[in-house]
Design a protein around this ligand. Structure first.
Ligand code: DC
Length: 218
């Protein structure tokens, strides 16, 4: 069977990484989490322990070496030869990542890497601009979303399970702010392209969403 290129876009907390990872595994495809790449740049920016400005971010991205490696189960994120997979989903990184992702030189470098990773096919890539910009010729395009309440609740549960002390209202405000920043930025904003299938996962279980994605790929 032809190895497809699958593009999944959607707002923060829609469950993209969770379901994409599982669907990729079932399809025998490589999963590429593009949000993790922007998070990696944000993480390295925070490591500088300086005020976070656009200049600082641009300085960091100049010589950052980001590599994603899919171990068959999850995406391992390596920055300058250090595995930072466990460190990119902190509230601190989430807080500055939209600023990082809005900068042209950051996006150019990441998009270039993303296209190279997808060149052979058999990939499922998720993000905000995959169908609209990174892989406009993808075979399957899905726009995954859920209500803001449901997305905030899912993130809350995920963060609590990881031991973070978070508040639901704050998380919701943060997601809302990121939705706005990601949808209104000038370069490659989050959009649903005309030929993307809309999948609203509000009230759906993870297994149901994964099954729906597999169905769309078959
Ligand atoms: O999916 P995520 O929450 O890990 O993404 C982190 C941030 O990166 C998000 O605020 C938007 C940005 N992003 C982007 O601009 N383009 C992508 N293809 C993926 C993520």
């Amino acid at each position: 069977m032809k190895k497809l290129v699958v593009a999944i876009d959607g707002p923060a907390g829609a469950g993209k990484s969770t379901v994409s990872q599982l669907a990729a595994k079932k399809l025998g495809y490589t999963y590429i989490d593009t949000g993790a790449m922007y998070r990696a740049v944000a993480w390295k920016t925070l490591q500088q322990e300086k005020e976070v400005t656009d200049e600082l971010i641009l300085d960091v991205v100049k010589d950052i070496n980001v590599r994603l490696h899919y171990d068959g189960n999850k995406t391992v994120v390596v920055v300058d030869d250090v595995d930072i997979t466990g460190e990119i989903r902190t509230p601190e990184v989430s807080h500055i990542v939209s600023q990082v992702a809005a900068l042209g030189p950051v996006r150019e470098k990441m998009v270039d890497l993303q296209r190279k990773m997808a060149a052979e096919g058999g990939v499922l890539m998720d993000g905000r601009d995959i169908a609209s910009h990174v892989l406009p010729n993808a075979d399957v395009k899905i726009f995954l979303t859920a209500s803001i309440d449901e997305r905030a609740k899912r993130r809350y549960k995920e963060m609590k399970e990881k031991g973070f002390d978070v508040e639901l209202d704050k998380l919701k405000a943060d997601i809302r702010a990121r939705d706005k920043a990601d949808s209104e930025r000038e370069i490659s904003p989050l959009v649903r392209v005309d030929d993307a299938v809309l999948l609203d996962t509000t009230g759906m279980s993870i297994d149901e969403v994964v099954a729906e994605i597999i169905k769309l790929c078959r």
